[in-house]
Design a protein around this ligand. Structure first.
Ligand SMILES: *Cc1c(COP(=O)(O)O)cnc(C)c1O
Length: 382
């Protein structure tokens, strides 16, 4: 049976051209980028070329890109790095209830270190209201962190408006752009973003590499100390192959461009409209302000996990809740934040498309889904 992968918000397959770009750095080009000899210079050149390309892509300066081990580390570095560098200015951070655990758990930890965190609510569609950010700012606020788009329900936040408010109040603004980097237009200068997190494996790049954009005007404290790599902000011998792969993935996303986003958007809308024909189904998140590849739906009286397992048997890989919390019995914090009851939140299904998703895949999926929902409802205790 051909397996159909519909879980691109969790991770994406490594693209062939990305693997090809990386391969030499696993074999003959093995140098340590800090070494002064030929092998070292070759690795250094590859890293700086990648940094230049990626910086240009988001209108940043190369020196403003810090390579990390992924989105989680970038989020940690942004929040803790700013918190500890701005201690003398204040101890208050504003974020939202629907952030990725990499932000929420970091905030919880910062609370234990004496920082005060405000977790902003969101609308029924999952939108953060810019006015609520402005209202929450106090004289002690040092940082606002709002994700660009949500990984579960795909809601795209008005981060330009929020960033403008932060700038007006001289508060730093960070955005977790892991779900949008390479997909939506990002210009860090135009958007007034001070810090931005991204990850390679969500855009057909390798796992274990990401970046934090840090505006040259922003001071952050290092979390990892050692040989002074990445401008003394992130010590550790660079992941040369990973960084080269990240740049290749960015190049691929540029090549796919708006055309691919439009293609996915059409498939997404087909999925949404057909799924909503199923009785007692609902779309979670916004209809308009939504990632082009994201569908998140709930079916009354159906367990998301049961649905996932039945779809898995039929060869379809989807997700319920977020991949990180899918092993826990806690309902999704995002779905709770947009007002779903716990039992509704348990019945959610996330379908996320990618560049290799075909119309036939979607048709096959739509053939199978209503039957599974119906059969699960027959045995449902609700
Ligand atoms: C995947 C994801 C992360 C974590 O990135 P990793 O590279 O897997 O650590 C952070 N934030 C969001 C919104 C994500 O989707």
């Amino acid at each position: 049976m051909r397996k159909v992968y519909l879980d691109h918000a969790a991770t994406t397959p490594l693209a062939k051209e990305v693997l090809e770009a990386m391969e030499p750095f696993f074999s003959e080009k093995f140098g340590n980028a800090s070494s002064l000899h030929f092998f070292g210079r070759e690795a250094r050149d590859a890293i700086e070329k990648a940094r230049n390309e990626i910086a240009k892509f988001i209108n940043a300066k190369p020196a403003e890109i810090i390579f990390t081990s992924g989105g989680t580390e970038s989020d940690n570095l942004a929040l803790k790095g700013v918190a500890f560098a701005s201690k003398d200015k204040g101890n208050h951070i504003i974020t939202t209830k629907i952030e990725h655990p990499a932000i929420l758990e970091t905030c919880k930890w910062l609370e234990k270190q004496g920082f005060k965190i405000t977790y902003l609510p969101v609308t029924k569609e999952g939108l953060v209201e810019p006015e609520s950010v402005e209202k929450a700012i106090t004289k002690d606020t040092i940082l606002v962190s709002v994700m660009h788009a949500n990984n579960e329900i795909g809601t795209i936040q008005p981060i330009e408006e929020i960033a403008k408010i932060c700038k007006k109040h001289k508060v730093l603004f960070h955005t977790d752009a892991v779900q949008t980097f390479g997909k939506l237009d990002i210009d860090v200068k135009k958007m007034n973003v001070d810090l931005l997190s991204a990850s390679a494996h969500k855009i057909y790049g390798p796992k274990g590499v990401g970046l934090l954009y840090v505006s040259k005007d922003v001071k952050i404290e290092a979390l990892q100390h050692g040989g002074g790599h990445e401008q003394n902000i992130r010590s550790g011998t660079e992941n040369v192959a990973g960084i080269v792969g990240f740049a290749a993935a960015v190049k691929l996303m540029q090549k796919l461009g708006k055309k691919e986003q439009e293609r996915e958007r059409k498939l997404r809308d087909l999925l949404i409209s057909k799924i909503l024909e199923i009785k007692d189904s609902r779309l979670n998140g916004s209809k308009e302000k939504r990632l082009p590849n994201n569908v998140n739906v709930s079916f009354k009286g159906v367990e998301g996990e049961a649905l996932l397992l039945r779809l898995d048997q039929e060869g379809f890989a989807v997700s319920t809740g977020s991949a990180c919390s899918s092993r826990s019995l806690e309902p999704s914090h995002v779905l709770i934040a947009i007002g779903l009851k716990p039992e509704e939140a348990h019945g959610s299904l996330r379908i996320t498309l990618g560049k290799d998703t075909t119309e036939q895949d979607i048709e096959k999926f739509l053939n199978v889904l209503p039957k599974i929902v119906a059969s699960l409802r027959k045995i449902s205790p609700f």
